[in-house]
Design a protein around this ligand. Structure first.
Ligand code: NAI
Length: 333
C-alpha cells in the first residue's frame, strides 16, 4: 500500500528541486502518495499564516514530510517557518550526512561526516529585543533536557550505524554556563556508550580542522547555531550545498529537507542542483523501510554523476535541473 507523505514544495528553487525528487522517487517505484501542503509567503495569501495549521496537521497525520526550502527575509518579515516547524513538531534532531559523490572533484576524497544539530533552542529561541536605542539582546537558551536528548540521539545513531566517534562541539571557554551545560550533558550521556569514542572540540578550532583534515572526524554533535554554520562548511568540503541532504527527527514524525536554502539567485533558471533533495528523499525512503528503492536511486545517481557533464553547473556540470533528473530516471532502468 502506498505511504502518504506530506510534500511542501517551498519557494525559490524549492518547487524545481522537490519536483525533481518526486519524479525520481515515483519513477523508481517508491509507491508514495504525495499530499501537498504549503508554507512560506505563498501560504499567507491563502491561509493567513506562513505555517498554516493544515500543514502541521498533514505532517502529524502522515508522520513523514519531504520539504523544499522556504525563504526567510533578512532583518524584517515573518519569523522563520523552518525554525517554527521544527519547534512546533518538536523535530529536535537534525541529521546531515556529508559524503563525497564520485564524479564531483573536491579537495578531499572519502569525506564521511555526520552532523547532528540540535534543532529547537539556542539563539534560535527567537527571544530578542531592543534594550535601548542602539542596544539589542538575543537570548541563547540551552537546556539540560535538550542537550541530553541530542547527545543521546548522536550516540544511538553511532551504535546503530557502527560509527566510531562522537565529537561534541562547543565554546564553553567563553559561554561557560550555556555551552558548559551542553558539554556536561554530552559527557554524561557519553558514559553510557563505552563502545563509542567521545571527544570535545571548540567550534572555531573545529572549523579550521575540518578544512585541513575532515577525515579525523566522524559524528559531530552541535547546538543549533554552530550546527547550522558547520553544516554549510561541511557541504563545501564535498562540493557544495547542492549535494547535502538532511532529516529532522522528532519522536512522532520526521521531515526530510536539504541543507540548502531557497537560492533566490538561481531560482526559476532550471539550474538548481536537485541532488540534495533527492538524497533527502533517500533518507526518507530508508526511514519508511523502502531500502531497495533508495538503493536503486543511489546507484542510478552514482552512474549518472560519473560523467560530470550530466551534473548541474554548481558542481562543474552543464546540465539543467530537468536534464539531470531525466538522466537519473533513465539510469534507473
Ligand atoms: P542558500 O542555501 O539558499 O544559497 C547559498 C548559495 O548556495 C547560493 O549561491 C545558491 O545559489 C547556492 N545553492 C543553494 N542551493 C543550491 C542548489 N540546490 N543548487 C545549486 N546551488 C545552490 O542560502 P542563502 O542564500 O543564505 O539563503 C536564501 C534563503 O533561504 C534565505 O531566505 C534563508 O533564510 C533560506 N533558507 C532556508 C532554509 C530551509 O528552508 N531549510 C535553509 C537555509 C536557508
Amino acid at each position: 500500500m502506498a505511504r502518504k507523505v506530506t510534500l511542501i514544495a517551498g519557494d525559490g528553487v524549492g518547487p524545481e528541486v522537490t519536483g525533481a525528487a518526486v519524479r525520481v522517487i515515483n519513477a523508481a517505484g517508491g509507491e508514495i502518495e504525495w499530499e501537498p501542503a504549503v508554507a512560506g509567503s505563498g501560504a499567507i495569501e491563502k491561509h493567513g499564516s506562513p505555517l498554516p495549521e493544515s500543514t502541521l496537521e498533514s505532517i502529524q497525520r502522515n508522520g513523514v514530510g519531504l520539504k523544499g526550502p522556504v525563504t526567510t527575509a533578512v532583518g524584517t518579515g515573518f519569523p522563520s517557518v523552518n525554525v517554527a516547524l521544527r519547534k512546533k513538531l518538536d523535530l529536535y534532531a537534525n541529521l546531515r550526512p556529508v559524503k563525497n559523490l564520485p564524479g564531483v572533484e573536491t579537495h578531499f576524497d572519502d569525506v564521511d561526516l555526520i552532523v547532528v544539530r540540535e534543532n529547537t533552542e539556542d539563539l534560535y529561541s527567537g527571544v530578542e529585543h531592543v534594550v535601548a536605542p542602539g542596544v539589542t539582546e538575543s537570548v541563547k537558551i540551552i537546556t539540560k533536557a535538550a542537550s541530553s536528548r541530542i547527545a543521546r540521539f548522536a550516540f544511538e545513531y553511532a551504535v546503530r550505524r557502527q560509527r566510531k566517534k562522537v565529537t561534541a562541539v562547543h565554546k564553553a571557554n567563553i559561554m561557560k554556563i550555556s555551552d558548559g551545560l551542553f558539554l556536561e550533558a554530552c559527557r554524561h550521556v557519553a558514559q553510557e556508550f563505552s563502545t563509542v569514542q567521545y571527544q570535545e572540540i571548540i567550534v572555531d578550532n573545529l572549523a579550521m580542522q575540518l578544512v585541513l583534515n575532515p577525515k579525523q572526524f566522524d559524528i559531530l554533535v552541535l547546538t543549533n547555531l554552530y550546527g547550522d554554520i558547520i553544516s554549510d562548511l561541511c557541504a563545501g568540503l564535498v562540493g557544495g550545498l547542492g549535494l547535502v541532504p538532511g532529516a529532522n527527527f522528532g519522536d512522532n514524525c520526521a521531515v526530510f529537507e536539504a541543507v540548502h536554502g531557497s537560492a533566490p539567485d538561481i531560482a526559476g533558471k532550471n539550474i538548481a542542483n536537485p541532488l540534495a533533495v533527492i538524497f533527502s528523499g533517500l533518507l526518507m525512503l530508508r526511514y519508511l523501510g523502502l531500502d531497495s528503492v533508495a538503493d536503486r536511486i543511489r546507484a542510478a545517481v552514482r552512474r549518472v554523476a560519473l560523467c560530470r557533464e550530466n551534473l548541474t553547473p554548481d558542481v562543474g556540470g552543464s546540465s539543467t535541473t530537468t536534464q539531470l533528473t531525466e538522466s537519473i530516471i533513465q539510469a534507473l532502468n
